[in-house]
Each structure stands twice: as structure tokens, then as C-alpha cells.
Write a protein that binds this ligand. Structure first.
Ligand code: FMN
Length: 197
């Protein structure tokens, strides 16, 4: 059986040569490109097709200034140089969309009856959607760098004052400045990380 694998060049771009970037060249990312990113990442799968992630594409100086006080100091220059910093958040009421997004089965009722399931599902699936965003950015030839070094409550207060959305992680996107690429750290060997049962 042979599979319909992507080319080695594509696999390099998505995984093997793709690096986390901590500084970016002053190259803008257009709103059209941001929409292209969404139109790719949205196809990544989520449980019950619930799509709990919400995204704020922070581009303007005003919005970056609102984000800055919530960042760990080392992350401030990264956000300043990135064309876009995405707040990947999760909707605490994502299940309200389920009747439209998962027709044919009343998945909303599952969450209404089991509210303790809402947060883990929102976190798990919005994290996956954030990973799809990383791969979409790489697929479009952009570079990115994720950040969890921030105060989530401060981001929530600044961007989601009504309390419905909660920040999960941040993702800088742009064109890499090679000076912002650290030496690559190793990865666990298959035997350390995996087993075939
Ligand atoms: C969820 C997440 C959070 C991260 N948080 C930060 C951060 O706050 N600041 C930072 O400089 N790098 C951060 N990183 C970058 C990681 O250290 C980096 O992705 C990892 O070492 C792999 O680097 P590589 O992709 O170049 O191999 C984060 C990465 C991820 C995926």
C-alpha cells in the first residue's frame, strides 16, 4: 500500500525545517492572508465539530499596546516585531453553536446536562485548532512562534471583558528574522515518547 504523502519539500516546510521564531522582519501580513489562514485552519477536526477556538488577530499599534502589559517581559519584543499576534482563545459557551455545526445529533444537550465537560472540551479542541493555525501559517510560507508566557487574566480583561472567551495561548506570525531563531533543541526518540501496543 502506498500512501498519497506530500513531497519532502512540503514535509520540510511543515515540520522538519519549520522553526519557532522569536523575532520577525518588518513585513506586513494582509487581512486577506489572515482570512486565508482561517479558511485553512477551520477544516481541522474538533470533537462534535464544535470549533471552540476564537481568534483575535492583533495587528494595530493600539491593540499591541493593550496586549503588552499582559506579557512576560521576554515576550514583549517578539510581539512588537511580529506582523500579527493571534490570541487563540476558547469560547466558554461554544456548545451553543452545536445545533448548527453538528446537525443530526443533539450534542448541545450533552454539554447542557454535563457542564463539567465544557471547559476540558473547550481547552482540548481550541488547543488543537491553535496547532492547525501553526500548520496553516507554515503551509502559506509564514513563520510563527507560540507563547504561553503571559497573564491570561490580564489578556481576558483587556480583550474579553464580558468573560465569555478565555485566552489559551498566543501565536506570533510573520516573516522570520534569522536572528530570532534559537539553536534547535532535540526531540525525544520514538522509544522515549511512543509505543506500539
Ligand atoms: C504552547 C507554546 C508556548 C510557548 N511559550 C513560549 C514563550 O512564552 N516564550 C518563548 O520565547 N517561546 C515560547 N515557546 C516556544 C518553544 O520553546 C519552542 O516552540 C520549542 O522550543 C520548539 O522550538 P523549535 O520549533 O524551533 O524546534 C512556546 C511554544 C509553544 C508551542
Amino acid at each position: 500500500m502506498s500512501f498519497n504523502a506530500l513531497s519532502d519539500a512540503a514535509l520540510d516546510q511543515l515540520f522538519r525545517q519549520a522553526r519557532t521564531v522569536h523575532a520577525f522582519k518588518p513585513v506586513a501580513v494582509s487581512d486577506d492572508t489572515i482570512r486565508q489562514l482561517y479558511d485553512l485552519l477551520k477544516w481541522g477536526p474538533t470533537a462534535f465539530n464544535a470549533q471552540p477556538a476564537r481568534y483575535v488577530f492583533v495587528k494595530s499599534a493600539e491593540a499591541k499596546a493593550r496586549l503588552a502589559p499582559a506579557l512576560m517581559p521576554g515576550n514583549v519584543p517578539q510581539v512588537q516585531s511580529a506582523a500579527v499576534t493571534v490570541i487563540v482563545a476558547q469560547d466558554t459557551r461554544f456548545h451553543e453553536h452545536l445545533p448548527a455545526q453538528f446537525p443530526g445529533y443533539d450534542a448541545k444537550a450533552v454539554f447542557d446536562a454535563n457542564p463539567a465537560m465544557i471547559e476540558p472540551a473547550a481547552f482540548r479542541n481550541s488547543s488543537l485548532q491553535g496547532a492547525y493555525l501553526i500548520l496553516a501559517a507554515r503551509a502559506l510560507g509564514l513563520d510563527c512562534g507560540a507563547m504561553s508566557g503571559f497573564n491570561p487574566q490580564a489578556v481576558n480583561d483587556a480583550f474579553f471583558p464580558d468573560g465569555r472567551f478565555k485566552a489559551n495561548f498566543l501565536l506570533n506570525i510573520g516573516v522570520a528574522d534569522p536572528a530570532g531563531i534559537h539553536p534547535r533543541a532535540p526531540r525525544l526518540a520514538f522509544e522515549e515518547a511512543a509505543q506500539i501496543a
